[in-house]
Design a protein around this ligand. Sequence first.
Ligand code: NAD
Length: 292
Amino acid sequence: MMRLAIIGVGLIGGSLALALRRAKVVDRVVGLGRSAGNMATALDMGVVDHVASDLAEAIGEADVVFLAVPVGQIGGVMERIAPHLPERAILTDAGSTKQDVVGMARTHLGQAFARFVPGHPIAGAELSGVGAAKADLFRGRQVVLTPLAETDPDAVATVRALWEACGARVSEMTPTAHDAAFAAVSHLPHLLAFALVNMLASRPDAETLLSFAGGGFRDFTRIAASSPEMWRDICMANRQALLAEMKGYRSELQFLIDALEKSDAASLLRAFERASRTRNDWAARGRPRSDE
Ligand code: NAD
């Protein structure tokens, strides 16, 4: 049984606490958050046993410290916890980008850097806050760890075991490969959803248009309801990889514009057939549904 500290008790931090409690892997959870209302909900839901009043108190007795704040907050939190981290405590995170988080850990953690295991659960939702937390959020989903050469293998094994106890499948990759892959399959789709909704919202007839929107619009834009703060931070942290993906997407759009301008039905059909086949094959392989 371990003692867990969660910094940022929202959808992801709250779900991890619930899952580890249910798996009987942790017997005490101390949380720290930014909003008093959210932390009161965390206590009511039994996500945390205790709400700490500062970072030093939150991590003082922890075996494992889980950072589940937006990535733009992680550096500041690391800087403030570094002097208080218990000597044997393992630190890990849920941040959706990994190169920036690893860079911040190198800057702020000193000796404790070897006990920091960067992680990213590929599970989530467009919902935020602990009220949306679920014990089975990670069941059957992937978690990517991006340990470095200096990372203590025992710390990696512990974090892997924690995620596996939540029912997740754990894989490892480098932070660079992680950020490139998720720019393509997660960050780009979120930006496209935000852009489409904004394009429609800025039209004078937006209300009328939205009243006609159906299942296609709902499916394409569900993730535009995601936390603006979280996505601002992800986009800023992964700017370069994301820009490359957006330029690739722009070429694909240009191809479709050209085909329409030339009334090139054959090119349109070929493009749609390839996309439809790829999407159907992907779904048939039983990839877990995830928002990230
Ligand atoms: P969330 O908004 O539900 O929870 C984040 C919590 O952190 C909030 O309760 C907020 O009040 C708190 N917080 C913010 N700054 C803080 C600070 N300085 N100190 C203490 N608490 C602070 O967000 P979430 O969806 O749980 O995301 C958390 C992390 O997990 C992010 O880094 C995100 O990139 C990552 N992530 C999210 C998803 C997803 O789909 N939502 C999936 C995988 C990873």
